[in-house]
Write a protein that binds this ligand. Structure first.
Ligand code: ATP
Ligand code: MG
Length: 483
């Protein structure tokens, strides 16, 4: 049995078509899950080594014993030399004695440095042993919203959020391997859930892909992303996978529910990317795809912009000398390397209150994740209401932030600019406006996004598709055709 998989930046889902009807795979009680995985096992991090009082005691003991050993070795060396001199002819002894000097002793600083190294090595070995011995292991990975909850409750371990955002970036070989492994865990979670619910060993899938992946390497980033996903799918137990552009999939899904043939622009606005397809859909004929476009911008860009403009000033952005990129690192929770960079800095002790202590609080376990959740919630709540209040007492007692619709409007402006520009280009390229614009993707729930789309195609009928399931339904139809 072949399934459709929407491996999304923010949410993932899977579905099949059975007797002409789409059946989604359940994840707990939901039809999708947050593309987040938590590994409870804390992989030891040598940079977390700190000289506690107990370890300081071990260092002192090592220094004392090294110093005593050094003194003993020195006096033994002098004694041995004296014995040699005693065996020389009498007339040579005085000159030889004058040449005897104690061997050079290593300074206390050197001895202490070596002692710290030894204590650190021992500490790290112990961490590895403890991690291995703990009941939690990589096999106990937790997915979705539960992953975030487990991570925040445990306060340790590794939380990987939105790995899709990293697929097209320049990756050190070990980071690439980690990402392949993480994507494999997620795809395996999907494969096993589907197999169990469908009563079949699922081994093939049609995977959605954006028209343009988020990438730091242009088109090569897209190639890398597909290579990583292919490798990950094999690791997850899929014998065969193919890829289909996400908006093309959404067009297939819309086709299946359209009685009459018409020319439609499918617009899928997700967390990481915005993807568009023009297609003739509906009626008895096969759907006809006429073109696809995409930009690597989506909901997470609005989140980042809102975080920087509204939340980060609470941490000194614009009011201190803390470099601007530190705030971007703190806000970019899907980027494990940037998160580590932010969490390891020890320069915030020198930043004046209240900003320094708040930055230090932000560095503590899980707080960047809590903050990014607060930012996303503000964005979502402000789609339906005019104000939002975020309680930030995990940063400072009684700290809270009110955000109004006007703040979100400002933060969303750059994204809406890119979206409108893309729609304008598409409009120019296709000439005659489409009869309908079919909207899907989580960001299509936002009224300002729908309005921006309608402004670009005022004569088209706006069709609100299921924001969460538009793409995966189409992938399920594609899987059924290919099977
Ligand atoms: N009511 C809402 N108002 C504004 N934004 C929303 C709302 N609901 C969800 N979102 C946003 O939609 C985005 C997720 O959309 P979706 O699930 O379609 O993305 P995805 O498929 O995971 O990502 P992509 O397709 O880009 O890989 C998130 O940025 C989320 O914050
Ligand atoms: Mg999507």
């Amino acid at each position: 049995m072949k399934i459709g998989i929407d491996f999304g930046t923010s949410y993932s889902a899977a579905a099949v078509v059975i007797d002409g009807a789409v059946r989604t795979v359940r994840f707990g009680d939901e039809q999708q899950f947050r593309t987040t995985v938590y590994f409870p096992e804390a992989v030891p991090d040598a940079n977390q080594f700190e000289l506690t009082d107990a370890l300081e005691g071990e260092v002192d003991a090592l220094v004392r014993s090294a110093r005593a050993q050094q003194t003993r070795a020195a006096s033994e060396a002098v004694a041995a030399r004296r014995e040699q001199v005693a065996r020389l002819p009498v007339d040579q002894r005085e000159a030889a004695l004058a040449l005897i000097s104690a061997p050079v002793q290593r300074s206390d600083t050197d001895l202490r440095r070596d002692a710290i190294r030894a204590v650190r090595r021992h500490w790290l070995e112990q961490q590895v042993r403890e991690a291995r011995a703990s009941a939690a292991s990589l096999q106990n990975a937790v997915y979705g919203e539960e992953a975030v909850e487990a991570y925040l409750a445990e306060g340790f371990g590794n939380l990987v959020q939105s790995p899709k955002s990293m697929l097209g970036y320049q990756l050190a070989p070990n980071v690439r391997q980690t990402i392949v492994g993480i994507a494999a865990y997620i795809l395996e979670h999907i494969r096993l859930s589907a197999s169990q619910q469908l009563g079949a060993n699922v081994r093939s899938a049609v995977l959605g892909r954006p028209v343009q992946f988020r990438s730091s390497m242009g088109a090569a980033g897209g190639d890398q992303a597909l290579a990583i996903l292919t490798e990950a799918a094999a690791g997850a137990g899929f014998d065969e996978v193919s890829f289909l552009e996400e908006p093309v999939a959404a067009a297939l899904g819309y086709h299946a529910q359209s009685a009459h043939r018409h020319r439609t622009l499918v617009v899928d606005i997700g967390g990481g990317t915005t993807d568009i397809t023009l297609a003739e859909v509906g009626g008895a004929e096969e759907p006809l795809v006429l073109g696809s476009w995409g930009i690597a911008r989506g909901g997470v860009d609005v989140d980042l912009s809102l975080s920087l403009s509204r939340f980060m000033p609470l941490f000194g952005r614009g009011a201190t000398r803390v470099p601007a990129h530190h705030f971007v690192e703190a806000a970019t929770v899907h980027d494990v390397v940037r998160q580590r960079d932010f969490q390891r800095r020890d320069s915030y002790r020198e930043v004046a209150a209240p900003f320094g202590p708040r930055l230090i609080a932000l560095q503590q376990g899980g707080n960047t994740t809590r903050l990014s959740r607060a930012v996303e919630s503000a964005k979502i709540v402000l789609s339906a209401r005019d104000d939002h209040r975020a309680e930030l007492d995990y940063i400072e007692p009684a700290l809270a932030l009110a955000t109004g619709a006007q703040h979100l409007a400002q933060a969303a402006e750059p994204f809406l600019g890119f979206l409108s520009e893309l729609l304008r280009e598409v409009g120019e390229e296709i000439g005659e406006p489409p009869a309908a614009v079919f909207l899907t993707g989580g960001m299509s729930r936002a009224p300002y996004v729908r309005e921006a789309v309608q402004r670009c195609f005022p004569s088209a009928r706006l069709v609100a598709g299921d924001p969460s399931l538009g793409v995966v339904s189409g992938l399920a139809f594609a899987a059924a055709r290919a099977a």
